[in-house]
Ligand binder design. Structure first.
Ligand code: PLP
Length: 251
């Protein structure tokens, strides 16, 4: 298997080609390296190869990694998983950008935790564009109200929108990306400029960039396959920080 540095370089090339193909400025797309379930060493390897933006999905795993790697200057953590209110503290204390804001109660909890931590947090609203029942995220028609209600929360910096498209269906994915891009246009004034559009993963990053993505979230193509996609078992707080076993987020 290719090293992390080699895989990272290939992904950067794919991004640069996609930018060029659709006439976007070189470097206009930010690569978020999704390191969930991967060991610290993989993150350190990517960091050594110049990567600075990393994405994590599970609150406890994220907090452990953020603490363990606090010495890596300029490293920006993006929290991209579903976030429950009772896990908001870890994100408020360690993340730079939350991609999955999906409701006012979570926003209010984050505001409280951010005040206590003396920090601010960039937030993207996750939108369930295709209205898939099993998916988290706000429905598109709830986005205006959510954006209006978080304006009073001064620790949250609204930056844009994020989505995860329907799986295994390129046409549905493209429609989803285009719908999210037009929703961003509709609400551009609500976001600090330049607004972010977080969409595209290992398999569909070129399509997402063609549809206007400013952030692609890439895991597998950089770090290799994960041995599981969903949290499997309760994480013991005493466990070492070796190979990561993510906690259940719904407990
Ligand atoms: C895991 C994950 C990714 C990365 O997916 P890959 O297919 O491994 O690139 C991107 N976005 C979200 C929200 C994820 O949970």
């Amino acid at each position: 298997m290719a090293s992390v540095a080699e895989a990272l370089s290939e992904v950067r090339t794919r991004i640069a080609m996609a930018e060029r193909t659709c006439g976007r400025a070189p470097g206009s797309v930010t690569l978020v390296a999704v390191s969930k379930t991967k060991p610290l060493q993989a993150i350190e390897e990517a960091y050594a190869a110049g990567q600075r933006d990393f994405g994590e999905s599970y609150a406890q795993e994220f907090e452990q990694k953020a603490r363990a790697l606090a010495h890596l200057s300029g490293l920006h953590w993006h929290f991209i998983g579903h976030l429950q209110r009772n896990k908001a503290k870890a994100v408020a204390e360690h993340a730079h950008t939350l991609h999955t804001l999906d409701g006012f109660l979570l926003a209010a909890e984050l505001q409280k935790r951010l005040l206590a931590a003396g920090r601010t947090l960039e937030v993207l609203v996750e939108v369930n564009v295709a209205r898939e029942p099993q998916k988290s995220g706000a429905m598109a028609d709830a986005v205006p109200t959510l954006l209006a209600s978080i304006r009073s929360l001064d620790r949250l910096v609204p930056r844009g929108l994020m989505t995860v498209p329907p799986a295994d269906d390129d046409h549905a994915a493209e429609r989803c990306f285009r719908d999210l891009a037009s929703l961003l246009e509709t609400h551009r004034d609500a976001f600090r400029s330049p607004a972010f559009l977080s969409m595209g993963m290992s398999d569909d990053l070129a399509l997402a960039i063609a549809c206007g993505a400013t952030h692609v979230r890439v895991g597998t193509a950089i770090f290799g396959a994960r041995s599981y996609e969903k949290p499997l078992q309760e994480h013991s707080p005493a466990a070492s920080i070796g190979p990561m076993v993510p906690p259940r987020e719904d407990s």
